[in-house]
Design a protein. Structure first.
Lengths: 135, 480
């Protein structure tokens, strides 16, 4: 009876883990930005864009994960497709924090790399899930 | 990093124990005992950076220096992997001035302070003061008074006694100068500095409009020195040659500039002294003066603006006779007479130290200066106590001891509340009751205590007199 269930289990697990990891990622990155602003010379006009990107990413993450869950569980390709679209935006912001932040610490590199790989894997699974739902 | 050497202090000479010094040869290295600078690196917070390591190999004979260029790795997880901000970790090397960037560098660094972010500062000041109005509207103390073409000139002697016309008059700087100008009677109408026009033709730039210099009065001085005030001062008198004399030559100019309390010039007037130059004279002495008065005030010499300046006399005055004291606060126009001579004065010690001879000599009390003076009086048996006491009181206090002292250096006579009353105390040296009857007290000392405080902003505090107490100490004249 497996072929009656089209929802992807790996995708579900990954989305769940992604949600937990993202909370940790957000708090860690925010703490590191605060640390950087105290230890290094971090003028306000460079601090503001970095913080803006981080908060924007957090705002995008919530609907992205929600739509991913919903789409996968209801086997509907609409929400899943929307989630995929939001993932693209999150990837762009993640790349910004990895490459174009004012100070990129080694810990930043690690966190962002893990998040990027999670996004990549998720996107792949979503595409296969959409393909399964559509067909 | 290989070229950096912190211990290389002597130029073209080998520094002792400095392993990175390029001036040292192999023989010098063999004489070193240790390396004072073992490692030269960049910022240690970077994840990976180059380091130059210097060490001495003492095993070899002779000892030699080992130089290694290695990659130093910071193992911390918070090491800086990359920065996108060039000024992050480096001290910026200063720009070398060239003719192209000199003006920009002067703007940035030419002032008393310079900020790290000049752009944000510029935005703030532009919003508050439009730059055009700021330049000429408000003058500050000492700033040259600008006119149409250049500056308001006050010719003064520079280096020698000859007049130099390039001396600008500073705002609020009252000056009086005298200088010598070389003249010749034949060309006297062509010498610019002898003509009235030279001193009044340019108008002073002040806020939006320009202030013309008006002729306040003209005094004509004859050859023997007698001065006559002309009744009509609106006629411009230019120098001309008449009977081997050059008449209407400017011998003195007295500028009077009126300004508001915010530093804007509103009026300018010049009073001239014109005279005649005889044929034999090769040079004349010209005198110039400039004085600044605030509008709606009387031109009293100020002892500070507003706080007292150390070294200037303490201004004092009286209440005019006939005004009852409570009414002083009702009639705001009540004036305290305060002329130049009604200062707070103390006895001025003379060389003879004789009190009676010193009655006329007074010295003004200068703000911030503690003063002490005294005199001696020989008392004979024939002297009566009461007139003696009165004379000594006059000697100590002076003929007109004021009742009020100005609390600020620029207090105006019409602002009654700006003046502090002088509290007068009497102390008797012998307070034993049974000596009071029958004996009169003669004053022996006057002590004036001026209490002042710093008032106003922390950045620019102003001295303000708060309390003045005059204490007369008396003693009993012992009857012989």
């Amino acid at each position: 009876n497996n072929h009656s269930q089209l929802s992807s289990l790996p995708l579900q697990i990954l989305l769940y883990v992604n949600g937990i990891y993202y909370i940790f990622y957000f708090l860690a990155t925010l703490a590191m930005i605060i640390y950087k602003s105290q230890v290094f010379s971090y003028p306000d006009d460079l601090l503001a864009p970095d913080l803006a990107v981080l908060f924007l990413m957090a705002i995008l993450e919530v609907p992205r994960l929600y739509l991913g869950f919903k789409g996968n569980l209801t086997e509907a390709e609409g929400p899943l497709g929307l989630s995929l679209g939001l993932t693209v935006g999150s990837v762009v912001l993640c790349v910004y924090l990895l490459l174009w932040q004012t100070y990129v610490l080694w810990a930043d590199v690690l966190l962002n790399a893990v998040l990027l790989s999670a996004y990549g894997l998720e996107s792949g699974l979503k595409v296969t899930a959409i393909a399964a739902f559509v067909s | 990093v290989a070229r950096l050497c912190v211990c290389d202090l002597l130029v073209a000479q080998c520094d002792v124990n400095c392993c990175c010094d390029p001036d040292c040869s192999a023989e010098d290295f063999s004489l070193f005992t240790t390396c004072s600078v073992p490692v030269v690196t960049g910022d240690s917070q970077l994840c990976s950076q180059k380091a130059a390591v210097y060490s001495l190999d003492v095993e070899a004979n002779p000892p030699e220096r080992i130089f290694k260029l290695i990659d130093q790795v910071n193992p911390s997880i918070f090491c800086i992997h990359a920065t996108n901000y060039e000024q992050a970790l480096y001290l910026k090397s200063p720009e070398i001035p060239t003719p192209e960037n000199f003006d920009q560098l002067l703007d940035k660094f030419g002032g008393a302070t310079f900020s790290a972010e000049p752009d944000s500062w510029n935005l703030d000041t532009d919003a508050q003061n439009p730059p055009d109005a700021n330049e000429t509207s408000r003058y500050e103390y000492g700033v040259p008074v600008q006119t149409e073409d250049a500056f308001l000139r006050l010719p003064s002697p520079v280096v020698s006694s000859w007049c130099s016309d390039a001396n600008p008059a500073g705002f609020l700087v009252n000056q009086a100068t005298k200088c010598i100008r070389s003249v010749s009677v034949e060309k006297c109408d062509s010498i610019q500095a002898l003509s009235m026009l030279f001193y009044i033709n340019s108008s002073i730039l002040a806020s939006v409009f320009q202030v013309n210099i008006t002729v306040q009065s003209i005094v004509v001085q004859s050859l023997n020195g007698m001065r006559t005030l002309l009744s009509s001062s609106d006629v411009l008198r230019l120098p001309m040659v008449l009977d081997e004399l050059c008449i209407n030559a400017v011998l003195g100019v007295n500028y009077h500039i009126t300004h508001t309390d915010t530093g804007e010039i509103i009026e300018a007037a010049a009073a001239f002294v014109l005279g005649a130059i005889s044929k034999e004279a090769l040079s004349i002495e010209q005198s110039f003066e400039i004085s600044f008065t605030q509008e709606n005030t009387q031109p009293v010499p100020l002892s500070g603006n507003p706080g007292y300046v150390v070294g200037l006399p303490v201004r004092a005055g009286f209440q005019p006779q006939g005004y009852p004291f409570p009414a002083a606060f009702l009639f705001a126009a009540l004036a305290l007479s305060s002329n130049k001579h009604s200062q707070l004065t103390i006895l001025h010690s003379t060389s003879t130290q004789d009190c009676l001879a010193a009655q006329g000599a007074r010295a003004p009390v200068l703000f911030g200066y503690n003063m002490i003076s005294g005199c001696k009086l020989r008392i004979t048996a024939a002297m009566k106590c009461q007139p003696l006491a009165q004379t000594l009181l006059d000697v100590l206090k002076g003929q007109s001891f004021p009742e009020y002292v100005a609390s600020f250096g620029n207090s105006q006579a019409q602002d009654v509340l700006d003046w502090v009353p002088i509290t007068q105390l009497h102390i008797s040296e012998q307070m034993i009751s049974h000596t009071l009857q029958g004996s009169c007290q003669i004053p022996v000392s006057l002590g004036i205590e001026v209490k002042w405080t710093k008032y106003g902003s922390l950045v620019n505090p102003q001295a303000r007199i708060v309390n003045v107490t005059a204490t007369i100490t008396t003693t009993t004249l012992k009857q012989v």
